[in-house]
Design a protein around this ligand. Structure first.
Ligand code: ADP
Ligand code: MG
Length: 377
């Protein structure tokens, strides 16, 4: 009956995901503030940057990703095919979703949304949790789920708890991943959640904590990584088996390069740490995709924190953000090159198969199963 269809659905889905590879990259271009000519062209899953040249013909550089969203894409559209990824957390997988890009390119918009949140403008964080609540509810006859969240920040290679009730200044330790089932940051507050309004309340507290403690540094949010971690524990009501899945939703620090000859003091320190952790992230993902035996997790706090959710059976989705203005061209190109490095290693070899008949057939079967499932629910 129902359970069997669910199981088959899951198996097919996993097969499909394996064929696609565990790393996906979506690119998103935000709208312009004022309407001026833009160097960014989008066509299907390609993005092209026109590089202006004063002396010769202008150049063009194209990149291809799993998806490219243009300025008119809504929050709903951006989230629309992420359901299977979210569902896999309930099946005991670890998932990482990142937002990468220069400051002002739309990372926070994608993950959280604008300052004045409406239901429509809510970002990936809310939508993902909302989906988890709904999907776990739909399975309540077969599974009992507990969902909880942590919210942390990494600033200058120090981890802090954004949900701490007594101030966030305590520095936290990251535990090694060998402790199975344990938390990577056991000392950060873990809060059980079951409704979107609870999540909104916590996020508000988190954002407030983030803003309050460093009034001296003006745009702290762009100089630190923030991470919403979702823990899911599911117990099979028949067999008693317990599944643990987790999801990290990460709003990364701005990726812009800081001119080392000009940055001084605190700024230089921040820039150095940010460069270090973002390149450590790139190194880890690339090394996983190449199936290297040594993965350099220990090179940054960010990769240590995410260790259990990168590699192995874990699934990664990276949103890369592009600002559509001419004066962002340099940063856009370096963002796209970073993304390409992360994406192509995996897509390269496996790509041939990606839209082959095998995948098409699997997709058809999956659609059939979904339809059956929808009728039963
Ligand atoms: P980042 O977090 O990368 O620094 P933000 O998400 O804060 O960038 O975006 C910068 C500005 O652009 C904000 O005012 C934000 O509301 C707006 N913005 C970004 N992306 C979009 C989008 N897709 N649609 C509408 N406004 C956006
Ligand atoms: Mg931001």
């Amino acid at each position: 009956g129902h359970r069997k269809v669910l199981e088959e659905n899951r198996k097919l889905y996993n097969l499909l995901q394996d064929l696609k590879g565990n790393i996906r990259v979506y690119c998103r271009v935000r709208p312009q503030k004022i309407n001026t000519p833009t160097p960014v062209l989008i066509e299907d899953d390609h993005i092209t940057i026109i590089t202006p040249s004063k002396y010769s013909k202008e150049g063009r550089k194209s990149f291809r990703f799993n998806k490219v969203f243009g300025p008119s894409a809504t929050q709903e559209e951006v989230f629309s095919d992420m359901q299977p990824l979210i569902r896999s957390v309930l099946d005991g997988y670890n998932v990482c979703i990142f937002a990468y890009g220069q400051t002002g390119s739309g990372k926070t918009h994608t993950m959280t949304g604008p300052k004045e949140l409406t239901e429509e403008s809510r970002g990936v964080n809310y939508r993902a949790l909302n989906d988890l609540f709904h999907m776990s509810e739909a399975r309540r006859e077969t599974f009992s789920y507990e969902i909880s969240v942590q919210m942390m920040e990494i600033y200058n290679e120090q981890v802090r708890d954004l949900l701490a009730t007594g101030g966030i200044n305590k520095k936290l330790e990251i535990r090694s991943s060998s402790q199975k089932g344990g938390l990577a940051v056991p000392d950060a507050n873990v809060v059980p959640v079951s409704t979107t309004s609870e999540v909104i309340e916590l996020m508000t507290l988190g954002h407030k904590n983030r803003a309050v403690s460093f009034t001296a540094i003006n745009d702290r949010s762009s100089r630190s990584h923030s991470c919403l971690t979702v823990h899911v524990q599911g117990r099979d009501l028949v067999s008693g088996t317990v599944l643990r899945g987790s999801m990290h939703l990460v709003d990364l620090a701005g990726s812009e390069r800081v001119d080392k000859s000009e940055a001084k003091g605190e700024c230089l320190k921040e820039a150095t740490y940010i460069n270090k952790s973002l390149s450590a992230l790139g190194d880890v993902i690339a090394s996983l995709a190449q199936k290297n035996s040594h993965v350099p997790y220990r090179n940054s706090k960010l990769t240590q924190l995410l260790q259990d959710s990168l590699g192995g059976q874990a699934k990664t989705l990276m949103f890369v953000h592009i600002s559509p203005e001419y004066d962002a061209v340099g940063e856009s190109l370096s963002t796209l090159k970073f993304a390409e490095r992360v994406a192509t290693v995996e897509l390269g070899a496996a790509h041939v198969n990606k839209d082959g008949t095998e995948v098409k057939e699997l997709k058809k079967q999956l659609a059939n199963l979904k339809a059956q499932l929808a009728m039963k629910e």
